[in-house]
Design a protein around this ligand. Structure first.
Ligand code: FAD
Length: 452
């Protein structure tokens, strides 16, 4: 089997790693002539950290990222408060990574590309998909290089302006709000402490201000400020003028601007996520306002949901990609839209992040099923102790491209190749509790860590 992935952003790269580790031939092409070097999607949610652990990139992500920083709030140049978007919480037996991490998107992508290269796959730059056709058995894609590629599946992970989505004729319903414009950039700021973040605004309008969020791996901050004019000047002089206006002249001297852009809130959802052998994922299928830090994370989850289904290949399995992920994207868009509205309304709680942004509560369960844990729910982690007294985690045994059969106090020999017996091979009262299990129960866990 072979899969062609158009787009080497976080979505395409995650999918490519998941397929490559299954031994599936994969090509990842990207229209860009060089790798993206900005920080834009810099919040990695707890569920994404779990996916990254399974894909073998978590260690690097944790090393290179930082915790959500403390933000110092300045109004009219006086510090009035210090707070975090979310207070850190301790890991629990079922949730090993409860806190989001901050890592500039280009650095996340570099970590993913390095992992992909371990499977011998390199991203092919300057190579766009420019046309394709499909029949019942394959997809034939035309590339900008003049090459024609035959593949079993084509996945459009080609971003918000997705060529693949447009070529399929899929509607992308929603809105782009031209009235809200934000200037963003990665820049060094002499005079500011890089250990913390800053919010500079006025007493008169405390919710409209400049955010300076420290970026890991250097001395840069991600700069974000509202634009009240039509002019789209993204130069360092324009950023400096805004810092001087909101923080007071002399507070910070900006230098080394390596990326900047003007951003408009876009909230859109594709009508379909699949036509035959062609799928769309990530921003190609849904675009979010950055409020809530959901876009990149939702794309990673799309890819992780799709990888094992493409490998499986059965129609009844493939069909669940659209139903599961489109329903989820709709829900997540609602969360980020609500947060965006709070920003627009000047609501102070717009800065706070709750449970629903961590993506640990993503579930594909049938909503009429009211059991405490049911098919479609995320498989919780649990500490295990083996017969020799060694400590390990259930997640250690779920990791890899396979599904896993969890059995509780079984009395028969295992026949499934990936069986984990709790209560016999491993002791784990926590697993009994988190899975609401009693002796004799068997629970099949999908390769993407949801109950089958
Ligand atoms: C300011 C800002 C802040 C954000 N903050 C967050 C955050 O905190 N957390 C979060 O989760 N998300 C955040 N996001 C969103 C996040 O950046 C995106 O959701 C994410 O980049 C989507 O990844 P993707 O791989 O789906 O698409 P992209 O990253 O857009 O990648 C698509 C790729 O496809 C390539 N391509 C395009 N057309 C073709 C073609 N025809 N053929 C081949 N390749 C093609 C492009 O060159 C590109 O490399 C933010 C976004 C912005 C703008």
């Amino acid at each position: 089997m072979n899969v062609l992935i158009a787009g080497a952003g976080p979505t395409g790269l995650t999918l490519a790693i998941d397929l490559a580790r299954r031994g599936i031939a994969v090509r990842v092409i990207d229209k860009a002539t060089e790798f993206f070097n900005g920080s834009r999607g810099d919040g990695l949610q707890p569920r994404t950290l779990e996916v990254f652990e399974d894909l073998g990139v978590l260690e690097k992500v944790l090393q290179q990222s930082i915790a959500i920083p403390l933000m110092k709030i300045y109004l009219d140049s006086t510090m009035v408060d210090q707070r975090r978007m979310a207070e850190p919480v301790e890991p629990t037996p079922d949730i090993p990574y409860p806190n989001a991490r901050m890592l500039g998107q280009s650095r996340t992508e570099k970590i993913l590309r390095d992992k992909l290269s371990e499977y011998g796959v390199a991203v092919e730059l300057d190579t766009a998909v420019v046309g394709f056709a499909q029949d019942d058995d394959s997809v034939t894609a035309e590339l900008s290089t003049g090459e024609t590629v035959a593949a079993d599946y084509l996945v459009g992970a080609d971003g918000g302006r997705s060529f693949v989505r447009k070529h399929l004729g899929i509607a992308f319903e929603g809105t782009t709000d031209e009235s809200i414009r934000t200037l963003l950039g990665d820049v060094t700021a002499d005079g500011l402490d890089h250990e913390v973040g800053y919010w500079f605004a006025t007493k008169e309008n405390p919710m409209a201000g400049i955010a300076m969020t420290p970026l890991s791996g250097g001395d840069q901050f991600q700069f974000g400020a509202p634009l009240d004019t039509d002019d789209a000047d993204t130069s360092i002089e324009a950023l400096q003028e805004l810092v001087d206006r909101y923080a007071g002249p002399g507070t910070a001297k900006l230098r080394d601007l390596t990326w900047s852009t003007v951003w408009r809130p876009n909230v859109r959802l594709a009508e379909r996520f699949r036509v035959g052998r062609v799928f769309i994922a990530g921003d190609a299928a849904h675009v979010h306002p950055p409020t809530g830090g959901q876009g990149l994370n939702t794309g990673v989850q799309d890819a992780y949901n799709l990888g094992w289904k493409l490998a499986d290949g059965r129609e009844e399995v493939l069909a669940t990609y659209e139903t599961e992920r489109r329903t989820n994207a709709k829900r997540v868009l609602g969360i980020s839209e609500d947060l965006l509205q709070k920003h627009v309304d000047g609501d102070e709680s717009a800065m706070e992040r709750g449970e629903n942004t961590r993506q640990l509560d993503v579930s594909y369960r049938d909503l009429s099923d009211t059991r405490p844990i049911a098919s479609g729910d995320r498989a919780p982690d649990a500490p295990l102790v083996d017969a020799a007294g060694n400590n390990l985690r259930l997640f250690d045994l779920l990791h890899g491209p396979h599904e896993t059969l969890l059995r509780f106090s079984p009395t028969t020999p295992a026949t499934h190749p990936h069986t984990v017996d709790i209560g016999t091979t491993y002791s784990s009262p926590e697993a009994f509790a988190h899975y609401h299990a009693t002796a004799g129960d068997e629970i099949l866990i999908r390769p993407d860590g949801y109950l089958a």
